[in-house]
Design a protein around this ligand. Structure first.
Ligand code: PHE
Length: 327
């Protein structure tokens, strides 16, 4: 038996393991379930006396440990991952990275900015979280005035009232407070109103706001500017001005565009109310100005012939991909 053990020991030691195939042969040779040398010896143990069984059992266990150690040494040297990596075919093309595209609303936003930059407007941003004064009071919408109902508001806190801006007209106030006229300014951003979500309305939409203050700015300047804007965006479109009411403009108008055999309202506008100018310390005897505000989603509906505004925010790649070419 001792001779046998020595021989096995020698065999274990001398077995050359170079590859994972060798390793498997080695494992099967000694520990294979049916014919492994050590497995057979373990089986034979059952046939001998308990006394001898203990002695040989210990010896065979030691041999088994030697086999296992040798396996471990090989594995740690030739990390399985490395071997797998070697099996990779580096000639297979890599996974391609999809190039994204601009969101349709961003495309319209860019078009609007480009149009107004050409006629001397500069672009500014304003905060989406506003206080009551910038969103309402300074714009000639006093507390408990019925016109506040026109824009159902999301309040973040009351007293003092902090809210999600209901329109971008608050940017007029912020800008006019800080700058001296003359100026021509455009701002585009998200506005929030507590409206029922439907194919035509959402609790959030994007608005573009423009305003122009100088000496002797007149309603005809406003009309001409809007006309230039519509023509630049739609080509030769038919538009009309309808009298309307906004607390911060006087006179006020609504602009409609003729499309799909009907008039579609696309923006509000008017001459900035002298009271608003006074609220931001601009002398209304010297200066006058106009302002306009329009919904970007609405415009995009017309431009892209979209029927439901909810699709803009569905994150549906099939929809978004269609605007790739316009990047
Ligand atoms: N702020 C108005 C609205 O959200 C739009 C508007 C802007 C009207 C500027 C007149 C002048 O409905």
């Amino acid at each position: 038996m001792t001779q046998k053990v020595d021989k096995i020991k020698e065999e274990i030691k001398c077995f050359h393991i170079k590859t994972y195939n060798d390793l498997e042969t080695f494992r099967i040779k000694f520990l294979g379930k049916k014919k492994g040398i050590l497995t057979i010896l373990f089986k034979e143990l059952k046939k001998i006396s308990i006394y001898k069984r203990k002695i040989y059992g210990k010896i065979i266990n030691e041999l088994k440990k030697e086999v296992q150690d040798k396996i471990k040494v090989f594995q740690s040297k030739n990390d399985i991952q490395n071997d797998k990596k070697l099996k990779l075919d580096p000639t297979i093309p890599g996974r391609s990275i999809e190039i994204g595209s601009r969101h349709p609303l961003s495309l319209i936003k860019k078009r609007i900015i480009d149009i107004f930059i050409k006629i001397g407007f500069s672009y500014v941003d304003g905060p989406e979280i506003e206080d009551d004064w910038h969103n309402f009071t300074a714009l000639n919408i006093p507390i408990s005035h019925p016109s506040r109902e026109m824009q159902d508001t999301f309040f973040l806190c009351k007293n003092p009232d902090i809210l999600l801006r209901t329109h971008t007209s608050s940017v007029q106030i912020r800008y006019m407070k800080k700058h001296c006229p003359p100026f021509r300014v455009l701002s585009i951003g998200k506005v929030y109103r507590n409206e029922t979500i439907s194919s035509r309305s959402n609790f959030m939409f994007h608005q573009a706001e423009g305003f122009y203050i100088d000496k002797k700015v007149s309603f005809s300047d406003l009309k001409q500017t809007i006309h230039y804007f519509i023509i630049s965006l739609f080509g030769n479109a038919k538009i009309r001005f309808r009298p309307s009411y906004f607390p911060f403009t006087e006179p006020s108008a609504e602009v409609d565009i003729y499309c799909n055999n009907g008039w579609l309202e696309i923006m509000g506008c008017g001459m900035i109310d002298p009271k608003v100018l006074e609220n931001v310390n601009i002398d209304s005897e010297i200066y006058s100005g106009f302002a306009f505000g329009l919904g970007i989603e609405r415009l995009a509906l017309i431009i892209y012939q979209i029927k439901d505004i909810r699709i803009y925010f569905d994150n549906d790649i099939r929809f978004l991909k269609q605007f790739k070419s316009e990047f």
